[in-house]
Design a protein around this ligand. Structure first.
Ligand code: HSE
Length: 440
């Protein structure tokens, strides 16, 4: 059988590892597949940049679009990144020219997945993106193939390695947010713009793809409620820990009576739960299917080699000649996304307030909660420690008490309204901190 000829655009951390793997496994893949996988062309920003692997013998393209449509390739591997610009233009050109496409680009798919899948299907070529969600965890193949006999009820998990790394470092080592982020960047986990990680957008892109695959709906990144970890303080991590919880940034997509609830948000989870114990850059995804029950996938969510492992699995799938629909069902059959009302979310909440230490303050707060039918499970009050900026404001710091409340199950709209009024009543300093407690 003739070789599969591939072109790789983007030779950063992941691209270099993909190239290294293909060279290292060239003979093994030839034996297993009965055909060779040959890299025939590459494109990147800087030709002369030092890389772990040599590109001297490969044809160089300054323009990734030229590589994408080159008659010398059968498949185009896009590792440029970004939802617009060269990545989008090159992938569209490659599919249009009848090339298979393998990409790790979650942002591109979250915004343009539907149109790209439609184009791939019309050309009868593959559009594969295993590496775009949860790095080295084969969650897309699991949903597309392994769980095809299931109706999926809920899919949720830790989808951003950088955030989990930061939260773990703050939790276990008392690191500052900024210090832990700098380490995640140095280790190659973070996006080129790390606000995508810490603001939750990276996880939202991944959740959009999982939602589409799990529920057969069109991708709708704009319908995902997205909160990041920028507002999480060490005071929250410590208070949660004392109450038996860890704080994790979770992506959650579930069917509800009013539609699909899809959200990325920091949540409290019991620290001895499977998700609560996942630390560092590790990702974890739990999938609830009606036949399989609960399935937990855990593994490295970022990093060059882990992500390359997933890219390689897609390249090998193309070499085998498999050509499944990108989103399981034909793109035209994906249903419109019906969004659940987030205010209708029912669950327990963690609330941290810095209360002015004056008579009646506590009674006023409890009164507002009662007015909105919010019942309290636990109340912990103490003088705030100077853990980090934001734990206690400089002004009034001697006159405030930190109050941590855990509520019983309540409707989100009710607690939000109660907190708005508590802020207006002037009994607390700064904003109220509210974090959902996730039912696992
Ligand atoms: N920045 C991403 C993360 C890389 O931290 O999870 C993998 O998508």
């Amino acid at each position: 059988m003739r070789p599969l000829r591939i072109g790789i655009a983007g030779l950063g951390t992941v691209g270099g590892a993909v190239l290294g793997n293909l060279l290292q496994n060239a003979d093994r893949f030839a034996d297993v597949l009965g055909r060779r996988i040959e890299v025939t062309g590459v494109s990147a920003r800087a030709r002369a940049k030092k890389r772990g692997v040599s590109i001297e013998n490969l044809r160089w393209f300054d323009d990734p679009v030229e590589l994408a449509v080159s008659p010398d390739i059968d498949a185009f591997v896009e590792l440029i990144g970004g939802s617009e610009g060269p990545a989008r233009v090159a992938v569209t050109a490659a599919l249009g020219a009848g090339k298979h496409v393998v990409t790790a680009n979650k942002a591109l798919l979250a915004y343009h997945g539907f149109e790209l899948a439609t184009l791939a299907e019309s050309k009868g070529v593959a559009l594969l993106f295993e590496a775009s969600v949860a790095g080295g965890i084969p969650v897309i193949k699991t949903l597309r193939e392994g769980l095809i006999g299931n109706e999926i009820k809920r899919v949720y998990g830790i989808l951003n390695g950088t955030c989990n790394y930061i939260l773990t470092k703050m939790q276990d080592e008392g690191s500052s947010f900024e210090g832990a982020l700098a380490e995640a960047q140095a280790l190659g986990y973070a996006e080129s713009d790390p606000t995508f990680d810490i603001g939750g957008m990276d996880a939202a892109h991944k959740l959009a793809l999982l939602t589409c695959l799990a529920f057969g709906t069109r991708i709708s990144i704009d319908e995902i409620h997205c909160e990041g970890i920028e507002h999480i303080r060490r005071a929250d991590i410590e208070a949660a820990d004392e109450l038996g919880y860890h704080i994790k940034l979770l992506g959650v997509a579930q069917r509800t009576e009013s539609g699909i609830e899809a959200r990325v948000n920091p949540v409290l989870v019991p620290k001895d739960s499977a998700i609560g114990e996942v630390s560092g850059v590790t990702n974890a995804i739990e999938i609830e299917g009606d036949y399989v029950g609960d399935l937990l996938l855990v593994g490295p969510g970022a990093g060059a080699r882990a992500t390359a492992s997933s890219v390689i699995s897609d390249i090998v799938e193309v070499a085998r000649g498999d050509c499944l629909k990108p989103f399981i069902v034909p793109a035209a059959m994906l249903k419109p996304h019906k969004k659940a009302t987030l205010g209708a979310h029912r669950g327990a909440y963690y609330v941290r307030l810095l209360v002015h230490d004056r008579p009646g303050a506590m009674a006023s707060i409890a009164g507002r909660m009662a007015e909105h039918d919010v019942s309290l499970e636990s109340i912990v009050q103490r003088r705030p420690r100077k853990l980090d900026p934001g734990a206690a404001p400089k002004v009034n710091s001697n006159n405030t008490m930190q109050l941590v409340l855990i509520t019983h199950d309540t409707v989100e709209a009710s607690i939000r309204r109660a907190l708005e009024l508590i802020e207006q009543d002037g009994k607390i300093a700064g904003r109220a901190q509210m974090i959902r407690i996730e039912k696992l």
